[in-house]
Ligand binder design. Sequence first.
Ligand code: CP
Length: 343
Amino acid sequence: MKNFISVHDIVTDANSNTGAAIDALVAKALAYKANPFADRKLGADKRIGLLFLNPSLRTRLSTQVAAANLGMEAIVFNVDKEGWAMEFEEGAIMSGNTVEHVKDAAPILGHYFDVLCIRAFPSLKNKADDYSEEVMNAFIKFAGVPIVSLESSTLHPLQSLADIITIKEHCINLPPSGNGNIKIVLTWAPHIKPLPQCVPNSTAQWINAWGKAEFIITHPKHYELDTQFTQNATIMHNQNEALKNANFVYVKNWSTFKDYGKIYTNDPAWMLTEEKLQLTNNAKVMHCLPVRRNVELSDEILDGPNSLVTTQAANRVWAAQVVLSEILKNGAPVPQMGLSPIP
Ligand code: CP
C-alpha cells in the first residue's frame, strides 16, 4: 500500500479482488487487536505527522495509539488552529487570507515525516473542488511520502475499515436474509447542520467493494449520494420498509449532494428509535460518532444492547494500525532530512 485515500488503495496486485483484499486487511487488523505489540519494532525510528485542518477526537487519538503500537513517533499539528492559512489553488494570486501554498508546505513535511496523515473536510460550497479531492491530491503530489486520509472531502476510509472490522466481528451466527448475505441498511438521520457526505460515501464504497452484504440506502427524497460510491445499492425513500429484517443499521446524516451542501429537511421522524428497531432482525446499530443524541439517534438506542458505536470507535485503532503497518512494510521512503537541505 502506497497511500490510503480510498478502498482502491488496498488492492496492490492488479489480479486481486477488492473484497478479498478487504477480508485480508480485516484479518490482519484483528490479529493486531489480539496482539497489539506484535510489530512494535516495525516503526522504530519512523515518524508520522498528523495534520488536522478540522477537529477530531477518535481519528487523532486512535491513529496516535496505532503508531505507538508500531513503535512510531507521532507528531500532531492542528493546522486549523496553529498553522498558517493554506492555499491549494494552482496559480493563486495570494493577496487574500491564505499565507502558505501547499506546494511550499507539503515538501517540507515530506522531509520531516515518513508518513503524512491529513484531515481536510469539504467546504460544502464548491462541489467541483471538494469532489476533485484537491487537498488530498495536493499532498500526494507535493509531499513525496505516503499520504493517509484521516477523512477527506469525499471519503473516510479509516472509519469504513473499522466499520467492516466491527461488522465482521458481529457476523457470527447471524441468520441469512434477502439474497443470502447479511443485510446492511445505511439510513439518513436528521441533523441541525449541513454535514459532509464523506462517511455515507465511504460506507457505500467499502460495503459495495466488500460484496458480502445486501446493501440498502434509505433517505428522504433529494438526498441521493454520488452514484460513483453507491453504485448498485438499493435506494429506498421509505425508511420503515428499508429497515425490515436488517442485521446492521448504519445511521448518519448528510447534506444534499445534487444541490450541494444543503439541508432540505430535518424531519425528526427519520431518527432511529427503539420502535423502528423492532422492524429489523434485532439489528446492531452503528454510527461513526460524534452523534447528536436525540436528534440523529435516541438515547435508548445509543445506551442499549444493540449499539456498536463504542466498539466501532475502539476498532479505529486496529484499522489505523493495519494501514500504517502495510505502508511501512511496503517501504515508506526514508525522509531526506539532512541530505537535501531546505533552501
Ligand atoms: N468518527 C470520527 O472520525 O471521529 P472524529 O471526528 O472524532 O475523529
